[in-house]
Design a protein. Structure first.
Length: 435
């Protein structure tokens, strides 16, 4: 498929010239699809192990965001500028960057096809392009987003509007939603809710406000121990949980949120008036993965949950949000997955057995107010996996400080540079744990 650029060379006779760019074919030893948290971390770790590896990262974005920080932007704690860098400045030295999008994966021929038709051959492939946000699946949302009280911390452009909406809220129904699909950072839909509730009460409008958490699932969190703690928090705050409420439409003209509600009698449609609504949209694997041979159930990259190697193509690995790994999709999960993937990929290159195993560890720092956070850490099967000798289900000021100050610094200065930082994270946080 050719890329054709047309330009007017003579405005009098409206003649045009065509420049045809012929697609190219290149070969690299290791191709990494995605230059987000997972892709950059894997590339950095690979190059720390062997500077002679031929690695290319395919990533279309000019900017790299620390997306866990967007909750803090939406809550008025920090500006967006704290959580963005130029992509070129996070690409590890020694890796090549191709700034384009992938449109097709052809693992039978070991080829990745980009949007302009270029074919990139590989010996080994790492797939980690992140998750696709399907705004269009909620009718009316795209048109309503970013004005008249409709916002989302999952849209870069509307994150600052979240804080504008919260701080200027005058009372009424404040709705926070959670969809039926897997999402990145599963706790984010309620983190912003707790910060909003604090602000409403501090501003004196809390007495005139009904805060509702409308979630398509049947509980507030998938791990029972953390769910029990969060149930107590929303009860204490007077927040109304509405389970099995799946948002399907925004009617901006009447400020109505339309839900499909699952009941014992079946699914019924319910309309709830909103004065503000924070929407967490449905998400899915990127289309080019769904339509590829790499896709498994649900369209996610089908990898072994411990080795991160593809179940049918042994020279393909995946981690992060696009993978089928049965754990929450967080940057912390990618941080633990990366060293396992790197060790196993290097073993494969050296014709050795794959010995590293991922236990499903993930972490969701659940901000429960402006000074408290539950550091929800768990592994496969919902097994609690705390990093500190403390009850992990308790709200703590120390964990709030870790979320706001420690974790962003470690992301930019350790994780993306391929460094292990368990020792680094223990030092500052252990000094805070009794606060």
């Amino acid at each position: 498929m050719s890329a054709i650029e047309e330009s007017s060379s003579n405005t009098q006779n409206m003649s045009t010239t065509e420049t045809i760019t012929t697609p190219t074919t290149k070969h690299h030893q290791i191709v990494i699809v995605g230059g987000g948290a997972a892709g950059i971390t894997v590339a950095a770790r690979l190059l720390k192990s062997n500077r002679n590896l031929d690695i290319v990262i395919i990533e279309p974005s000019e900017k790299h965001y620390y997306q866990p920080g967007w909750t803090l932007v939406g809550g008025g704690v920090a500006p967006m500028s704290d959580f963005v860098r130029d992509e070129k400045n996070v690409i590890p030295q020694g890796a090549k960057w191709i700034q384009t999008s992938v449109t097709k994966l052809d693992p039978d021929r070991n080829i990745v096809v980009t949007e302009n038709g270029d074919q990139i051959e590989y010996d080994y492939l790492v797939v980690c392009p992140g998750i696709q946000i399907d705004w269009h699946l909620i009718k009316g949302l795209t048109e309503a987003l970013g004005k008249n009280g409709v916002t989302s911390n999952y849209a870069q452009d509307s994150v600052p509007y979240t804080w504008e909406t919260i701080k200027n809220f005058q009372g009424g129904n404040a709705i926070f939603t959670h969809p039926a699909t897997p999402i990145k950072c599963g706790g984010a839909p309620q983190k912003v809710m707790y910060m909003a509730d604090d602000t409403f009460k501090q501003n004196g409008v809390g007495v005139n406000t009904n805060v509702m958490f409308c979630t398509a699932v049947a509980s507030i969190f998938p791990v029972p121990e953390y769910a029990a703690a969060l149930d107590q928090i929303i009860a204490r705050r007077g927040i109304a949980p509405k389970f099995q409420h799946n948002l399907k439409e925004i009617q901006a003209d009447t400020k109505s949120a339309i839900f499909d509600v699952t009941t014992a009698a079946g699914v019924e449609e319910v309309s709830i008036h909103y004065d503000m609504i924070h929407v967490t949209p449905p998400m899915s694997p990127p289309d080019f993965i769904k339509h590829s041979p790499l896709a498994g159930a649900g369209g996610w990259v089908d990898v072994h949950k411990e080795t991160l190697q593809h179940t049918r193509y042994p020279n393909v690995f995946s981690l992060g949000d696009a993978s089928a790994l049965p754990t929450s999709k967080t940057a912390a999960a990618a941080r633990k997955q990366a060293p396992v993937l790197v060790q196993n990929l290097l073993s494969l290159i050296q014709s050795q057995s794959l010995a590293a195993n991922y236990d499903g560890y993930t972490c969701c720092p659940l901000i429960t107010g402006y000074n408290t956070t539950i550091m929800a850490e768990f592994a496969y099967g919902g097994k609690l996996a705390p990093s500190f000798p403390l009850d992990p289900t308790k709200e703590r000021y120390s964990m709030y400080l870790a979320k706001v100050h420690v974790l962003p610094w470690l992301y930019w200065n350790r994780m993306l540079k391929g460094e292990s930082f368990e020792a680094d994270i223990f030092k500052p946080i252990n000094q805070l744990v009794h606060r």
